[in-house]
Design a protein around this ligand. Structure first.
Ligand SMILES: *Cc1c(COP(=O)(O)O)cnc(C)c1O
Length: 356
């Protein structure tokens, strides 16, 4: 009999994303409705001419673009096939059987899966009022805790912690616990990221970002992060060599340099989101204040959320159910084009009357 290792045998089958039916508008995966920079597409096309060659294993031009645009030392930057690859490698490098990875109740689901893959225990603390609570995280640290993951702004809550709270968290953590701040939605957060980026210099903190959301390059599969030198050295042992295709590296580098395009996506998203949230609140929903390209919509109950989901699907709109995130009474709506969001708000509004 062919048997997997114990950690893998214990895992549930991987649930692929529900893509709905052909012709539906997907508001389910936090993809950008506004498209990547035309310069990124041009650079990707040009790079295809070198498709016969392996890509740059050191992501030279891409790291240079990231370093310049963010004013960070290039040595600290590593790139992954999506930030998911970086999350997986971080956990494999620093936690194994008997170790704990600490996260929050509604944190990013892939962190739990990657912990299982490594045979480590994934432990969570509650998020009162759908917000990360630094004191609860600090109180949950044990001798077995190896990594702490905070998604900020949060997915699926959409809420953002002030930078000062992240600094307070780091100051309160033991020196041998690695803090990972997942800023997949960082570009949508109006806070200056510098104080959080600066934590990396301490040697015990990693900050992750991605091209999948604000840069509208989800299909390119490019994530990056700022890593202390010693942590980066361990990561390089685990990342696949040539992990990011040449076309993807070229697209990401050009997208990073086209700051105006990214800022345009962020501004358009925020404007449409403001209108959508106002419509929902008017209908009686208490929507947590979002700093992301999506909105969490809590319904009166799981049944009402399901009924709303059915109505939305009949209207050609696919949202994401939040049962997997411990919020079965909620749906998450990616901010899409203005017209789609008005349609979504019209369909959802009648379900607001059930809110107590
Ligand atoms: C989308 C997302 C990511 C990024 O995933 P990629 O692998 O870079 O596409 C990471 N963390 C969170 C919380 C996300 O929502």
């Amino acid at each position: 009999m062919i048997r997997p290792v114990a950690a893998v045998a214990a895992m549930a089958p991987y649930a692929l994303a529900d893509l709905g039916e052909a012709g539906m508008v997907s508001l389910a995966q936090n993809e950008s409705a506004f498209g990547p920079s035309p310069r990124a597409l041009e650079a990707g096309q040009a790079a295809l001419a070198s498709a016969a060659l392996y890509p740059d294993p050191d992501w030279h031009a891409l790291r240079q673009a990231i370093a310049e645009m963010h004013g960070q030392p290039r040595e600290r930057i590593l790139c992954g096939a999506g930030s998911m690859e970086l999350i997986g490698a971080l956990i494999r490098a620093f936690a194994g059987p008997g170790d704990e990875v600490l996260g929050t109740a509604h944190g990013y689901l892939f962190t739990a899966i990657a912990s299982q893959q490594a045979g480590a225990s994934y432990v969570t603390v509650p998020e009162p009022n759908l917000r990360v609570d630094v004191d609860l995280l600090l109180a949950a640290i044990t001798r077995r805790t190896k990594l702490v993951f905070v998604c900020n702004p949060g997915n699926p809550t959409g809420t953002a912690l002030p930078n000062a709270e992240l600094l307070r968290l780091r100051a309160g953590l033991p020196a041998d616990v690695l803090l990972v701040v997942d800023q997949a939605y960082g570009e949508f957060d109006p806070q200056d990221p510098t104080p959080v980026f600066d934590l990396v210099a301490r040697g015990d903190t990693v900050v992750l970002r991605t091209f999948s959301k604000a840069y509208a390059l989800a299909s390119a599969r490019v994530g990056w992060g700022l890593f202390p030198e010693t942590v980066g050295g361990e990561m390089r042992k685990l990342l696949n060599p040539n992990n990011v295709s040449g076309a993807s590296q070229a697209m990401a580098a050009a997208a990073m340099r086209d700051r105006a395009h990214m800022q345009g996506i962020v501004a358009r998203t925020a404007a449409i989101r403001t209108e959508f949230v106002a419509d929902l609140r008017l209908a009686g929903f208490s929507v947590p204040e979002p700093s992301t390209n999506f909105v969490l919509i809590p319904f009166a109950s799981e049944e009402v959320a399901r009924a709303a989901d059915r109505a939305l699907r009949s209207g050609g709109l696919l949202l994401r159910g939040m049962g997997g995130y411990g919020l079965p009474h909620a749906l998450r709506a990616t901010i899409g084009a203005a017209e789609a969001m008005r349609r979504a708000a019209r369909i959802i509004a009648p379900f607001g009357k059930d809110i107590p």
